[in-house]
Write a protein that binds this ligand. Structure first.
Ligand SMILES: C[S@@+](CC[C@H](N)C(=O)[O-])C[C@H]1O[C@@H](n2cnc3c(N)ncnc32)[C@H](O)[C@@H]1O
Length: 206
């Protein structure tokens, strides 16, 4: 992990529950999409869960799902615990850049990760792919991506601002993300447009 801030925005707080302005804007569209994709009684691991609002929004739509939150950051895990539905397991301290972070976790119907791979060194994305290959057949990623010369200007500006904070950060090229996951065995990649030049992606083995 870096010593950089884990969020680029000011989070409001009520008790242990943190509120992310960006999650407030995107959680409904993400949860609607996930709710339509996940099988009945799915067990899902979320990596880099942040405040925990995405899992909570999905839980409102799909109370049958068991959501495993995780984050290396302790304050984020406390917030996730405060947002969790009854019966959900305790959030895990998982750092995707650590070796074998997936060890002993068992199997999941899907691994979900939002807005993490651009705000961490590329090793976190590589670790996500390597670990997901041990845990699941389906990965769902949400966030901004670059598409070479067709990249949205706002994402190019965001990329430059991230690199000013930490040269290892940056909005990732979609082709390089596909390559990382293909190397880990996720051969199929479906991409869906989301508001404000974000995408949600489903990576699977077949
Ligand atoms: C911008 S926040 C996104 C939080 C949440 N997923 C969302 O979309 O609102 C990035 C999150 O990734 C986590 N993160 C950063 N580096 C990580 C790593 N190496 N492994 C796992 N999580 C990491 C941070 O702690 C933070 O919670």
């Amino acid at each position: 992990m870096t010593d950089k801030p884990i969020a680029l925005e000011n989070r409001a707080q009520e008790g242990n529950r943190l509120f992310s302005p960006s999650a407030g804007r995107n959680k409904a569209v993400i949860a609607d999409w996930l709710a339509a994709q996940l099988p009945p009684a799915a067990r899902v691991l979320e990596a880099g869960s942040g405040t925990g609002e995405h899992g909570a929004a999905l839980g409102e739509r799909r109370p049958d799902i068991t959501w495993q939150y995780s984050d290396p950051d302790a304050a984020s895990r406390a917030s996730q615990e405060a947002w969790a539905r009854e019966g959900w397991p305790k959030p895990l301290a998982l750092d995707l850049a650590q070796e074998a972070w997936w060890s002993g976790l068992g199997r999941f119907d899907a691994v979900f990760c939002a807005n993490m791979i651009h705000i961490a060194p590329i090793e976190a994305a590589q670790g996500l792919a390597a670990g997901a290959a041990q845990l699941t057949d389906t990965v769902m990623l949400y966030g901004p991506f670059l598409f070479g010369g067709d990249s949205a200007p706002s994402n190019l500006e965001f990329d430059a601002s991230l690199k000013r904070r930490d040269p290892r950060w940056g909005v990732r090229e979609w082709e390089s993300v596909k390559h990382i996951f293909r190397n880990a065995g996720f051969n199929r990649a479906e991409r869906h447009d989301m508001p404000r030049n974000n995408h949600i992606v489903r990576l699977s083995r077949h």
